[in-house]
Write a protein that binds this ligand. Structure first.
Ligand code: PEP
Ligand code: MG
Length: 700
């Protein structure tokens, strides 16, 4: 039999594989069965009314994913509800045994099963079955429990995936108190008992002994605060530590501790009870300044406590910065851990955090304060995207949301003065535009940014846990037009599906999504979504007298564009019925599916301009997923075949006498933009962070 440690290591290795193969849980069942010399190993997850077999070794594979055992019956239910392991020499002898017909269970006798726990609740069961009567040893059960613990996150992720179409809370908006953006894993410290237990039974071992211990803890805490103060260059931190030192030697604290020691408490109990009592008294005071002392007292108390127990206070680990979700945050821990450990703070309930917030501000740690009510929505969050300015917390955000959020906040100072137009060395004018996904990126555009060349409207959907209404969308577009003034603003029609699924559109998930029902293919089937978006764009344009251009993504056939033209005409007619005579916007097509290249000439009858989405164009032309690092060597613009294609696009647009813009990332790359100019493109649109660099390069 393999050693348990060997099996646990194999399971860990399987889980660490990043390829997300669906068969991982099956492989794990196989490892477990072989390790315990069992004929069967099964993994069940708890669903609403049943336990579903999601992985197995030993049964016929047809049962996996299909077999459901009704809740209320059987050994699996027994283990899940008791949340305890169960070992049976003969399974049929147990009163809860329930024979599942059709999978050959009658052949098995020995049985052992353990719950898969998450936060104390069983989310599934892992079991093994033996053909013979068999007594599992304690070591066998320990192995099952170890594996159950190892796979708990994976099973949970799977459960979450299954329930994704349900409306779940995707974000919480609290009060942003320190601006900044951070996304990371959540570490929770919500109960004071987690950092300082006071209710342990162990009483003191004599007054003199405990007093000596406490005295020593005070001395070492004093030393610790002194040395931290000596190391920090942060003025706020230094002031806080000075206040902590005063608090440490406060006669009231010393007296209370001593009284408790006299009542035969241990030094630990004396500290915990004394500081909690003082903290409580501070909390009851109406003056907010004095009230916040309660946090400082607790912080000092915890240091003393950890000196006594020789333990470290549990905060964010050493594996890089994390989001610290706390009710009683520790200023000292923040000073000590710094931004290497604290990526963001989420604090529960206001008014007590004066010092911590000042400190977070001085360290630039984005911070949001939420209510206890809002905390409930974060119960299951593993990761958070924290926007310390808006106070928004995105729960388990997708990578794409995080990436774009980060991009939009990349502090890129755009020189405001007009340094003259951009030109090629031989005098051809170059038009620089900005790509944006959030209205605030468009704020403060300097004169040399000549247009919003691409606004990806899908991010308005990403920021919402419901599908934004026409007026909600219009309000966002108004902001863009207002910021852009009379510059052209190219709003791209909703481009969802593929790798972009907003929270309220999880139904878009499908097999092979990059080639599937994405973007306008989807939208043309959903006029209930399409018309409100067109109307919102037109209303916002009308309200602001903005310069709207509408861009159609993912065009692959002529009919898609003609249908959208018809839709646009209808919306304009409908407005006319309301007595609103709206200016017809320019309409453009994205050239990002290879078939669109061949249609440029013909489509010129229907559209005013083209915009080349090199990101998707490369992906589809080279048949290599733009998000798969293993084929990224194919997904680059340098390949001659692609350059020929771009050259063909440039010539076709000229022949069609239509403007063409490049809005894919190639335009924002230094060499990419030069190559594009060489191929005859003159209108480049790029992310805010690369704009200034290009302006410097091209201004003459
Ligand atoms: C592109 O495909 O090049 C493009 C600009 O669109 P997106 O990156 O949003 O798909
Ligand atoms: Mg695209």
């Amino acid at each position: 039999m393999k050693k348990p440690i060997e099996i646990a290591n194999r399971v860990a290795a399987l889980l660490s594989r990043k390829d997300g193969r669906p068969g991982i849980l099956m492989d794990i069942c196989k490892q477990v069965a072989e390790g315990l010399k069992a004929e069967v190993a099964s993994l069940y997850v708890s669903e609403r009314d049943s336990y579903r077999l999601v992985a197995n070794f030993g049964f016929e594979s047809v049962h996996v994913g299909k077999l459901e055992i009704e809740k209320g019956l059987g050994l699996i239910h027994h283990i899940a509800t008791t949340a305890r392991a169960l070992c049976l020499r003969e399974a049929t002898s147990h009163p809860a045994f329930y024979y599942v017909k059709g999978i050959g269970e009658e052949k098995y006798h020995g049985f052992a099963g353990v719950p898969i726990l998450r936060r104390g609740k069983a989310i599934g069961v892992l079991d093994v079955q033996f053909r013979r009567e068999h007594d599992c040893t304690l070591e066998d059960v320990a192995l099952l429990e170890t594996v159950a613990q190892q796979i708990s996150d994976t099973v949970y992720a799977r459960l979450k995936k299954k329930t994704a179409p349900r409306r779940v809370k995707m974000r919480v908006t609290g009060r942003g108190v320190v601006p900044g953006i951070f996304a990371g894993k959540v570490v929770r410290r919500l109960l004071i008992e987690e950092t300082m237990a006071a209710d342990e039974e162990g009483a003191g071992q004599g007054y003199e002994r405990e007093k000596r211990r406490l005295h020593e803890a005070h001395r070492r805490t004093q030393q610790y605060f002194d040395s931290l103060r000596g190391q920090t260059t942060n003025h706020e931190a230094s002031t806080i530590l000075a206040a902590h030192l005063t608090m440490l030697n406060d006669p009231m604290l010393l007296r209370k501790e001593d009284d408790l020691l006299k009542k035969n408490c241990s030094a630990e109990q004396a500290v915990a009870l004394a500081v909690r009592e003082i903290a409580k008294a501070f909390e009851g005071i109406s003056d907010p300044y004095i009230r916040q002392r309660s946090m400082d007292v607790l912080d000092v108390g915890r240091r003393l406590y950890h000196m006594l127990t020789q333990s470290d206070e549990q905060g964010p680990g050493s594996e890089g910065p994390q989001v610290y979700l706390a009710r009683h945050p520790s200023a000292t821990m923040l000073i000590e851990g710094g931004t290497a450990r604290f990526g963001a703070l989420v604090l529960v309930e206001e008014s007590l955090y004066g010092h911590v917030i000042i400190l977070a501000k001085s360290m630039g740690v984005p911070t949001v304060v939420i209510t206890s009510q809002q905390l409930k929505a974060l119960e299951d969050a593993d990761h958070l995207l924290v926007d310390g300015e808006l106070g928004t917390l995105y729960i388990d955000p997708s990578e794409i949301l995080v990436e774009n959020y980060r991009k939009s906040h990349a502090e890129e100072n755009l020189p405001q003065e007009d340094l003259g137009p951009c030109r090629t060395a031989d005098g051809h004018a170059i038009l620089l535009g900005m790509n944006a996904a959030f209205p605030r990126e468009v704020q403060n555009l300097p004169p040399w940014v000549q247009e919003v060349g691409l606004f990806r409207t899908e991010f308005i959907y990403f920021l919402s846990d419901h599908i934004p209404t026409e007026s909600e969308q219009a309000a966002q577009y108004v902001k863009i037009f207002q910021a852009a003034g009379n510059r052209p603003v190219t709003l791209r029609i909703l481009d969802v599906g593929g790798d972009k699924c907003p929270p309220a559109m999880q139904f878009l998930h499908e097999d092979n999504p990059i080639l599937g029902n994405r973007s306008i293919r989807f939208l043309l089937k959903r006029s209930d979504l399409f018309f409100p978006q067109l109307k919102a764009m037109l209303r916002a344009q009308h309200e602001t007298q903005g310069n709207l251009r509408i861009l159609i993504p993912m065009v692959s056939i002529y009919e898609e564009v003609s249908r959208i033209r018809d839709h646009l005409a209808k919306v304009l007619r409908d407005f006319r019925k309301e007595d609103l005579r709206l200016k017809a916007p320019e309409l453009g097509v994205m050239v990002e599916v290879p078939s669109a290249v061949g249609l440029i000439g013909k489509l010129a009858r229907l559209v005013d301009f083209y915009s080349v989405g090199t990101n998707d164009l490369i992906q589809y032309y080279m048949a290599s997923d733009r998000n798969n690092s293993r084929v990224s060597y194919l997904c680059r613009w340098h390949h001659p075949a692609l350059l020929m294609l771009l050259s063909e696009i440039s010539r076709a647009c000229r022949r069609a006498n239509r403007e063409v813009n490049i809005c894919g990332e190639m335009a924002g790359e230094m060499w990419g933009s030069l190559v594009l100019l060489g191929l005859g493109f003159r209108r480049l649109s790029m992310d805010r962070k690369t704009l200034a660099r290009h302006h410097r390069l091209f201004k003459h």
